[in-house]
Design a protein around this ligand. Structure first.
Ligand code: NAI
Ligand SMILES: CCCCCC(=O)/C=C/C=C\C/C=C\C/C=C\CCCC(=O)O
Length: 274
């Protein structure tokens, strides 16, 4: 996919990995809607980006991704502003083991909702141009995580959902033109991780082994991979039209695609069309 003049929709785009990806998309000539619950951070993000890339190319829509109506309205406002939609990045996420119902709602349910609602705007057979849905998982979506069991459950859910959607829809990709991929970064230096330096903040959020994790974050955060590195690899995945159903692990050593074996009967398109 040539990113020039394409339109991206990024939840959690006001901060961290979402913001870095928004900026890189703009550098590639795309237009971006930053979708976030934090109005102050969202407006600040857009005013910074507008200075560099032009007011016509970036917009902010306040949206709580746990509210289906907000997500629908955000899609409508994005298309009203830019006239099309090509890339959906369901990226908003939180870390809160105590309030695990909210955690599941933001990190997993909203990813499914954003995919289902967004799909109808992307589908070539429903007036869209095709495109790509990129869901944010984590290395915690691929392996057990010592301190974050509920978080890991949501991120495993994102991998399972995204790969299964790609699989289920692949037989008709020529008709709808939509690809589904997810990214699985290791610990990245963002405000989310920096907030874990405080042991009080960890305890408030019910995160296991709070003191050990706080020590680990304080000692290592400066050496963690940067959000710009996640953005670079995310953009490569977005643009690569050969990738559908990919789970891309991103670590300081580079990227790797996790590709478990598929069931031969259900991956044979001919069987799915019978
Ligand atoms: N930082 C890390 O080490 C890693 C982060 N991730 C994932 O990447 C994504 C982004 O994380 P970071 O950039 O690190 O975090 P961040 O905290 O810097 O950014 C998250 C953004 O999501 C927004 N957000 C939170 N709840 C929302 C809601 N209900 N509706 C709309 N927006 C909401 C926040 O306002 C914030 O702007 C998350 O899904 C996270 O789980 C994955 C792997 C590693
Ligand atoms: C292995 C957990 C990586 C989780 C990455 C992520 O999505 C969010 C990270 C946020 C904060 C950092 C929290 C925990 C990770 C720190 C050390 C874990 C090392 C132990 C392990 O399970 O490998």
């Amino acid at each position: 996919m040539n990113l020039k003049d394409k339109v991206g929709f990024i939840t959690g785009g006001a901060s961290g990995i979402g913001y870095a990806t928004a900026e890189l998309l703009l550098q590639h000539g795309a237009k971006v809607a930053i979708i976030d619950v934090n109005s102050e951070a969202g407006r600040k993000a857009v005013s910074n980006l507008a200075v560099k890339y032009g007011e016509a190319n970036v917009t902010f829509v306040k949206c709580d991704v746990t509210e289906d109506g907000d997500i629908e309205e955000a899609f409508k406002q994005t298309i009203a502003k830019f006239g099309r939609l090509d890339i959906i990045m369901n990226n908003a996420g939180i870390l809160n083991e105590s309030n695990y119902k909210l955690l599941i709602s933001v990190n997993l349910t909203a990813v499914i909702t954003g995919t289902m609602l967004g799909l109808k705007y992307l589908r070539k057979d429903q007036g869209g141009n095709g495109g790509v849905i990129l869901n944010m998982s984590s290395i915690s979506g691929l392996k057990p995580s010592l301190c974050l069991p509920a978080y890991a459950a949501t991120k495993h859910g994102v991998v399972g959902y995204t790969r299964s959607m790609a699989n289920s829809m692949a037989a008709d990709i020529d008709v709808h033109g939509v690809r589904f991929n997810c990214v699985c970064p290791e610990c990245t230096d963002t405000p989310m991780v920096r907030s874990l330096e405080s042991v009080d903040s960890l305890n408030r959020r019910g995160i296991h082994h709070a003191q050990a994790l706080s020590n680990y974050v304080s000692e290592n955060v400066d050496d963690m991979i940067k959000a710009s590195y996640i953005a670079e690899n995310t953009i490569k995945l977005l643009a690569d039209e050969t990738k559908n159903g990919a789970a891309m692990l991103i670590t300081s050593k580079g990227v790797a695609f996790i590709d478990p074996p598929e069931h031969p009967y259900f991956t044979d398109r001919a069987n799915l069309k019978r």
